[in-house]
Design a protein around this ligand. Structure first.
Ligand SMILES: Nc1ncnc2c1ncn2[C@@H]1O[C@H](COP(=O)(O)OP(=O)(O)OP(=O)(O)O)[C@@H](O)[C@H]1O
Ligand SMILES: [Mg+2]
Length: 235
């Protein structure tokens, strides 16, 4: 259970800034973001194209360095860890689904989904078995050995999702996980994500434009022009 006196957020951003480029070409993508995602919750991040959603979750996941402000994950300010410990912390605690799926082209669907387990030292046979059962839950039982180039966009998206979930990380961050999916598959994906977030010490943050899945959110953070404008807490 969450500590009643001092609840620790899964994610806490304070004054997060991010610039891209220099001089006239400089883009101020994040302009002092304050954002929280609670443990045990599915938090949606919504807002117009170009407002900074992917940039923000990339900073949260440590894939991009911010140019200012603080990010804490489960109470840990990751910038205070050594680069090595940051990598370990991320590998252990984070699952990330990119807007582009970023599957490894030379690996099959089940090998791609097994990558985080292999990186954690799980034996190959066991890692691939666990990846396969998760892929089957996502409706891909007939495509386990297919190469990414032979999969549809929605199938690749589900392989990327399995890769993010397979090692049961405490924080799962997803960029548009249902964009390429039909309604029924999108619901199944959100149910799986909601099922991960209901653990009291875990959290899921989802960037989405898909209003068909809004009813799954415990909390919705609205973003515009590099800032969080308001947060709707539903649960
Ligand atoms: N690597 C980069 N170099 C320069 N500018 C970038 C880079 N990545 C993003 N930007 C700019 O930063 C701003 C925020 O981009 P971001 O990708 O975070 O938007 P988004 O909210 O995810 O949009 P979308 O809904 O279209 O995915 C945009 O103006 C974008 O052009
Ligand atoms: Mg984006």
């Amino acid at each position: 259970m969450m500590n009643a006196t001092q609840p620790v957020n899964a994610v806490r951003c304070r004054g997060v800034e991010k610039h891209f480029g220099e001089g006239d070409a400089r883009i101020h993508a994040l302009r002092g973001v304050n954002f929280e995602a609670r443990q045990g919750q599915l938090t949606f991040l919504v807002g117009p194209s170009g407002c900074g959603k992917t940039t923000l979750i990339s900073v949260i996941a440590g894939l991009l360095d911010s140019t200012g402000g603080d990010v804490e994950l489960f109470g840990q300010n990751t910038a205070k860890l050594s680069p090595q410990d940051q990598t370990l912390f991320r590998r252990r605690n984070l699952g990330f689904v990119f807007q582009q799926y970023n599957l490894l082209p030379a690996l099959s669907a089940s090998e791609n989904a097994a990558v985080p387990l292999l990186a954690a030292g799980v034996k190959r046979v066991e890692a691939v078995d666990r990846a396969k059962s998760l892929l089957a839950r996502l409706g891909l039982e007939n495509r386990l050995d297919a190469m990414p180039s032979k999969l549809s966009g929605g199938q690749q998206q589900r392989v990327a999702l399995a890769r993010a979930l397979v090692h049961e990380p405490r924080l799962i961050v997803c960029d548009e996980p249902t964009a390429a999916l039909d309604h029924a598959t999108g619901e199944a994906v959100m149910e799986l994500l909601a099922g991960s977030a209901v653990h009291p010490d875990r959290a899921v943050v989802v960037v989405t434009h898909d209003n068909r899945v809004f009813h799954f959110a415990d909390s919705v953070a609205h973003m515009d022009d590099g800032r969080i404008t308001h947060i709707e807490q539903r649960n």
